[in-house]
Write a protein that binds this ligand. Structure first.
Ligand code: MN
Ligand code: MN
Length: 415
């Protein structure tokens, strides 16, 4: 280190450590805190050049990474990911792609799968270690599932509908006409892979013919044409009427709770001129004991207010529009990232966050939490329910302004 840069480092250390008042242009100011100064506003313009190499189509997606606000500080584990650049596994009946903890290190509570099934396309009968929550984004799908008491449930779902299969419950999915379906699955384990599920065909092919005959009490010959390789996603025949399938499996009665829920058609949890929050946790979607979820719609310019979740990480799937999220953690650490449709965001339990609609159309994302009960703490709620003189002493604000902070947990605030 040369003597000039050594002096700079020492000076920065003094500023950060002892809050020395200084008269340089880089002194801490409102909107430009000084720990040490970060952001283009603090830089020598010649140091801002970024001659490349770069891929403009890709780098253009991340203006907040390219030029972070001066309020961003410190390092933070990457909380942006996407299905847009996840490789598809395509088979005859449709495709799937996934983002697990192996792909997205911060996502250790849940993993995500994006799947499309054409009309008649079947996701093979299977089960797995993790519970499966899903939201439909396109078309129609028929689900089948069996509970641990041998009771079957068959239902058709459309856009905005959810399903939830408890861990280990066997199930299948099939796209319906005319357009098939697309959906996003969230597993309640970060390392659950759609490529690592227990498949009906695999077990049958890897059980001896003698044992198959004994197990089912029918001759070996009955099994002589079973597939020798698994099907995973395959082109099937479109099913008949829902009622026929339901009657065909009804002999043991219905499960205790439905395994589907119409989240998109539910009464909003919050609604105002700036947006809407729909919520489904185990208090409304009774079977969903390990996953709570919200669909959040934010109007152009509006913000999802500063808040955190005391009981779970938040996994986001961005459905439409564009926006910018800043996440805050101890340190201090604060980092801003841009999101578009098809992207995934992740916020660790109790980390503060704010989301701004930076586009010209509605921003919508689904937030998924690995927990039975949805919980949220809002900054405005806290500041408006703490003795005002105490808040004033912390923030050096006028009591009249503190009085104007919303008291009703608005959720979304206008731009
Ligand atoms: Mn599954
Ligand atoms: Mn949140």
């Amino acid at each position: 280190m040369d003597s000039v840069s050594r002096r700079k480092v020492l000076a920065l250390g003094a500023l950060g450590g002892a809050a020395i008042v200084t008269t340089t242009t880089n002194a801490a100011s409102f909107g430009n805190p000084d720990r040490p100064p970060e952001g283009a506003v603090n830089a020598n313009p010649a140091g801002l050049a970024d001659p490349g190499p770069k891929n403009p189509a890709l780098s253009g997606q991340f203006p907040a990474f390219e030029n972070p606000p001066a309020t961003d500080v410190g390092d933070m584990q990457l909380f942006w990911s996407s299905f847009n650049n996840a490789p598809k596994r395509i088979q005859s009946g449709g495709w799937a792609r996934q983002v697990t903890k192996a792909d997205f290190a911060i996502s250790d509570a849940v993993s995500g799968v994006n799947m499309r099934l054409g009309p008649g396309g079947v996701r093979e009968m299977h089960w797995h270690r993790a519970a499966e929550w899903a939201i439909m984004t396109n078309g129609r799908c028929r689900i089948t599932v069996l509970d641990a008491k041998g009771r079957a449930y068959v239902q058709d779902v459309g856009p905005g509908d959810l399903w939830y299969f408890p861990a280990g419950f066997p199930h299948s999915l099939q796209g319906l006409g005319p357009d098939g379906c697309e959906f996003v699955i969230v597993f309640d384990e970060g390392d659950q892979s759609e490529y690592g599920t227990l498949l009906l065909t695999d077990w049958m092919a890897h059980t001896s013919p003698e044992l198959l005959a004994k197990n089912f009490g029918i001759p070996q010959e009955a099994f002589k044409s079973i597939p020798l390789n698994d099907l995973w996603i395959f082109q099937g025949k479109e099913p008949g009427p829902l009622s026929s399938d339901q009657e065909a499996v009804a002999s043991a009665g219905l499960p205790e709770y439905p395994f589907t829920y119409r989240l998109g058609a539910s009464t909003p949890f919050k609604q105002n001129a700036s947006g809407t929050l729909h919520l489904a946790d185990s208090s409304s979607f009774l079977v969903s004991k390990t996953i709570a979820a919200a669909i959040e719609t934010i109007k152009p310019g509006a913000v999802r207010e500063m808040h955190w979740h005391p009981n779970a990480d938040e996994w986001q799937y961005w459905l439409k529009g564009e926006g910018r999220m800043t996440v805050f953690d101890a340190g201090p650490r604060s980092q801003t990232a841009d999101f578009h449709a098809g992207d995934i965001g992740y916020v660790k339990k109790s980390q503060g966050h704010i989301i701004e609609n930076t586009g010209t159309t509605d921003l919508q994302f689904v937030a998924v939490f690995k927990v039975g009960e949805y919980q949220e703490v809002g900054l405005s709620s806290w500041l408006s329910h703490t003795p005002p003189s105490l808040v004033a002493q912390h923030l050096n604000m006028n009591p009249e302004d503190i009085e104007r902070i919303p008291r009703d947990r608005p959720g979304i605030m206008p731009g």
